[in-house]
Ligand binder design. Structure first.
Ligand code: SF4
Length: 341
């Protein structure tokens, strides 16, 4: 057994088959086990009712079912939003968020422990980079939240801790499993990047069907460099070129996220520059009034937000506003950070 694979959910199909044979299980048991995991969302081996006791016992002695353990759940007082703290087998902590909004139930999942990208407005950045999550750890966040959720999950967004495109292969493997094993339509899975240009091109070349979101946030090179230092490596110009390339290749709209920061990118003239940048590219813009984390940035007042949005009324693209869910429990966009790791 490879050392990094410490739970059944992290095994690939061949490894799972080998393990089953080693513990004395017939090959047909694999489909039953998969059914318990992906359809019934069981917490442990002994809940698999049609698996003989001796087999579930052997399997549980061989390795745990889940790679993640829920160690804390915090519910918002104002919204149907809950934040989950998981412990990985390596002893690190990650967070995921479950949000209900009318007929949508969305999970926001993490792709890394910490993050190396260092966006100045993001709490995760303060952790630094610790490790990449495995595809199994990515999938397990959704499996466990599905079990905890009163409603069926409709959407998955990779907007939790970490830069998904710096863990590209495992994120794609995890997203593909969400699609094939859990049945989430590819268009219900959104992968959000801070702008890792070669990976945007790779996603287009590979014709991945998942939705792409880019955390944009700036209207000129210098200001973006200040709030998102990765712009020094992946310039705004190269980011826009890769976005146009993605659209030309896939004909799929990109969602540009625009975190509105007081005095940085929130004036009507900033709105006009944003329109200039994105005109000509079929896309959608999601404006996210900043969720404060006690650092140097703050959220613009209501009047400023309204004026900025009024400016965007003349844009040729669709504009939506995302008032983040669960800000009272630090579960909003950019607020995830695990202190005890
Ligand atoms: S916004 Fe995303 S990419 Fe930027 S530091 Fe936070 S987790 Fe990393």
């Amino acid at each position: 057994m490879p050392e990094t694979k410490k739970s059944f959910i992290e095994l690939d199909p061949n490894e799972a088959k080998t393990l089953l044979a080693e513990v004395g299980g017939e090959p047909f048991r694999l489909a039953q086990i998969h059914n318990w995991i992906y359809k019934n969302h069981v917490a442990d081996w002994d809940e698999m009712e049609n698996i003989p006791k001796h087999l579930s016992q052997n399997l549980s002695e061989a390795l745990p079912l889940h790679p993640l353990e829920i160690i804390h759940i915090k519910g918002s007082k104002t919204e149907p939003t809950r934040k989950f703290l998981f412990k990985t087998q390596s002893g690190h902590n990650i967070e995921s968020v479950l949000m209900h909004d009318k007929d949508r139930t969305t999970v926001c999942i993490s792709s890394q422990v910490g993050c190396a990208v260092d966006c100045k407005f993001c709490a995760t950045a303060s952790m630094g980079f610790i490790k990449n999550l495995s595809a199994g750890e990515i999938v397990d966040q959704v499996l466990q939240l599905e079990r905890e959720s009163q409603k069926k999950i409709t959407n998955v967004v990779f907007m939790g801790m970490g830069e998904p495109f710096l863990n590209y292969n495992r994120v794609m493997e995890g997203a593909t499993r969400l699609n094939t094993a859990l049945g989430f339509g590819a268009r219900r899975i959104t992968i959000s990047t801070a702008g890792i240009v070669p990976k945007i091109r790779q996603m287009a070349d590979e014709n991945r069907q998942f939705k792409l979101a880019i955390s944009f946030n700036a209207i000129d090179e210098d200001r973006r460099k200040k709030i998102m230092p990765l712009t020094q490596i992946h310039s705004l110009k190269s980011l826009m070129e890769s976005a146009f390339y993605y659209y030309q290749k896939t004909k799929r709209f990109i969602t540009f996220e625009f975190v509105l920061l007081k005095g940085i990118n929130d004036s009507p003239s900033d709105g006009l520059k944003l329109i200039q940048y994105l005109s000509g590219l079929p896309c959608k813009v999601n404006v996210i009034p900043y969720n404060e984390i006690g650092g140097e940035f703050s959220r613009p007042d209501e009047q400023t937000i309204r004026e900025f949005l009024n400016t965007l009324k003349q844009a040729p693209f669709t504009v939506t506003v995302r008032w983040s869910k669960g800000t009272d429990i630090d579960a909003g966009c950019g607020q995830l950070a695990v202190k005890a790791i």
